[in-house]
Design a protein around this ligand. Structure first.
Ligand SMILES: [Zn+2]
Ligand SMILES: [Zn+2]
Length: 163
């Protein structure tokens, strides 16, 4: 076992997570930059939706809305979006690929459904500002708008709800 693998095991959480959508077990991933996430295992990676982590024992959701970043509760929507490439990730220097469907909370879903993308961008901004208690920096606002514009251009189906 390498030093890195040992560190990874040390920090892996004790609880196990399953995906609310496909009910498969999820893998705990710790990236080099320290960010942590739950992902589908390789054999389930082509399922076409983002993993929605739920604690296997308590059923508690850990997912977030891909549009405004609030925690997902029981009501989860998905927007089918074709894979696309966005700007360069400043941390890795690589182009960022977005695949799988986009998760949306009950507040963002109606805005997407009604094609109200300006209102959606304003909501993303106000949720961020409420969480950080400062006005959102202009480069972030521009980034959200660009990303949501790319999402909009690559929509491949209608919004659907996951029970
Ligand atoms: Zn899944
Ligand atoms: Zn949302």
């Amino acid at each position: 076992m390498t030093e890195e693998e040992r560190r990874m095991l040390d920090t892996a959480p004790d609880e196990s997570m399953v995906c609310k959508v496909c009910h498969r077990a999820l893998a705990f991933i710790k990236a080099k930059d320290g960010s942590e996430s739950w992902e589908h295992f390789a054999q389930d990676a082509l399922v076409g939706h983002k993993p929605v982590p739920v604690n296997a024992k308590t059923g508690k959701l850990l997912g977030r809305c891909d549009f405004c970043n609030t925690d997902l509760e029981t009501e989860i929507w998905f927007l089918p979006v074709s894979e696309f490439l966005a700007g360069i990730d400043p941390r890795t220097g690589r182009m960022q690929a977005y695949k799988d469907d986009w998760a949306a909370c009950p507040d963002c879903a109606p805005l997407i459904d009604a094609n109200q993308w300006s209102a959606l961008a304003r909501r993303t901004q106000s949720v961020w500002e409420a969480a950080h208690a400062v006005p959102a920096p202009q480069d972030r606002i521009t980034g959200w708008r660009q990303l949501q514009r790319l999402v909009r251009r690559n929509i491949s189906g209608s919004l659907y709800r996951v029970e």
